[in-house]
Design a protein around this ligand. Structure first.
Ligand code: ADP
Ligand code: MG
Length: 224
């Protein structure tokens, strides 16, 4: 089977004044359609840096990435951002919702950014709210929601463009254990029932175990 995400010999350095820190030092990995992969590593090991590169949110110092068979290196910025919006849904540790918008409006943001008409997505929003268990919250503002509910909205927003891939950076890092478990079960259900490929970052063995494969990152390299 062809991989859906491939990284070959990825390097990433950041310059801080005179000092150059090398965070990723030759990462190779392949992720296949329908997998739920947990990328694990201690805090500061470069997980977020890696995910941003895989998702086209930042560029590697060197190395190659391809998404759905398309090399990112060959794409212009505009083409890359369209590719990203259509094919990847992002979920972050702190939800990144707009506080004054209601649940529906937050979920529809990627649609509006894509220049599409929100009114064509009423039924889609309803179905996604059903998936994430928030039908009763559609018109509440995000500041009226608990952390777990906010993360459900963020997952709903990640699903609105029906992407092939969900990338989640420590999705339960800010939640209590019980709520975290519920969110992991939701991600697992989305993986199993909708065949979405999921890549989650975590430093927790419990969270990692919800995936079906673990990739360990340490000292800027993959250790498996
Ligand atoms: P993790 O997600 O595993 O905790 P990160 O990828 O966030 O790790 O960070 C890895 C290292 O890269 C850290 O030392 C961090 O300070 C550094 N780093 C990340 N992003 C930047 C940046 N934009 N500028 C400078 N240093 C950065
Ligand atoms: Mg991180």
């Amino acid at each position: 089977m062809n991989s859906i995400i491939t990284a070959v010999d990825l390097y990433k350095s950041f310059s801080l004044g005179e000092v150059e820190i090398e965070v990723l030092k030759g990462i190779d990995l392949s992720i296949y359609p329908g997998e739920f992969v947990s990328i694990m590593g201690p805090s500061g090991s470069g997980k977020s840096t890696l995910l941003y590169l895989l998702g086209g949110l930042d560029k590697p110092t060197r190395g190659a990435i391809s998404l759905l068979g398309h090399p990112l290196n060959d794409m212009g910025d505009e083409e890359e951002s369209i590719m990203r919006r259509r094919n990847i849904g992002f979920v972050f540790q702190f939800y990144n919702l707009v506080p004054n918008l209601n649940v529906e409006e937050n979920i529809l943001l990627p649609i509006l950014l894509d220049g599409k008409k929100a009114k064509n997505y009423k039924d889609t929003v309803q179905n996604i709210l059903e998936t994430v268990g928030l039908k009763h919250r559609r018109f509440h503002t995000s500041r009226e929601l608990s952390g777990g509910e906010q993360q459900r909205v963020a997952i709903a927003r990640a699903l609105i463009n029906d992407p092939e891939i969900i990338m989640a950076d420590e999705p339960i890092g800010n939640l209590d254990t019980q709520t975290g478990t519920e969110i992991m079960l939701l991600l697992q259900e989305i993986n199993r029932e909708q065949q979405k490929t999921i890549v989650q970052l975590t430093h927790s063995h419990e969270a990692a175990a919800y995936g079906n494969r673990i990739i360990q990152v340490k000292d800027g390299k993959v250790w498996n």
